[in-house]
Write a protein that binds this ligand. Structure first.
Ligand code: ZN
Length: 191
């Protein structure tokens, strides 16, 4: 009956923080060696992550007070979820009064709060949006695609790029490093 029964029946829900934090760190494990041969494992890693995220969100709904079901979930609830995740974040976001505001690599510690990095949230929302529809949700009702969520993510991106001095423009997607290791073939003879 319940199209979202997956949430309840899946026993592998871990603790929320580790689930989310793997989102940002998992890319480092892919390494430079796995380029073309790894094509098969890449989608499944994404699928696994998506499933974990979906379980995490289901867990969040379950623990929500007042109780909240997926069908009543709105963009506002998604924002609430994202803000809740910030407590598990590991990305230092400087406040405007911090001397390191705008420094990508501050030379000393400061008391500014840790947050979820914008890139992690952005990727997370993408996975949850897909998972929602794969689990029977209607696209037009998808809370992860809500305008408020898009606006929030844009806001977070702007804020973090200013606070951390990091430009997120035209960020390259996980490009395999194959191109950097192969020198131009003509260089040996014609130099
Ligand atoms: Zn700071």
């Amino acid at each position: 009956m319940d199209p979202f029964a997956d949430i309840q029946t899946n026993p592998i829900v871990g603790n929320t923080s580790s689930n989310i934090n793997t989102a940002s760190s998992s890319s480092t494990t892919s390494g430079a060696s796995g380029t073309m041969n790894n094509n098969n494992s890449t989608p499944s890693r994404y699928e696994n992550q998506k499933r974990r995220d979906w379980n995490t969100f289901g867990q969040y709904l379950k623990n929500h007070r007042p109780p909240l079901t997926l069908s009543r979930c709105s963009g506002a609830h998604v924002l609430e979820f994202l803000r809740y995740l910030d407590q598990f974040g590991k990305t230092k976001v400087h406040t405007p009064i911090c001397p390191f505001f705008g420094h990508p690599n501050p030379p000393a510690p400061c008391p500014c709060p840790l947050r979820q990095a914008w890139g992690s949230l952005d990727a997370l929302i993408g996975r949850l949006r897909a998972a929602y529809e794969e689990n029977g949700g209607r696209p037009e009702a998808n809370p992860f695609g809500a305008r408020a969520v898009r606006l929030y993510l844009r806001e977070v991106r702007d804020l973090q790029s200013k606070a951390r001095g990091i430009s997120y423009e035209k960020k390259k997607r996980k490009r395999p490093q194959a191109s950097s290791s192969s020198a131009p073939p003509s260089s040996s003879g014609e130099a």
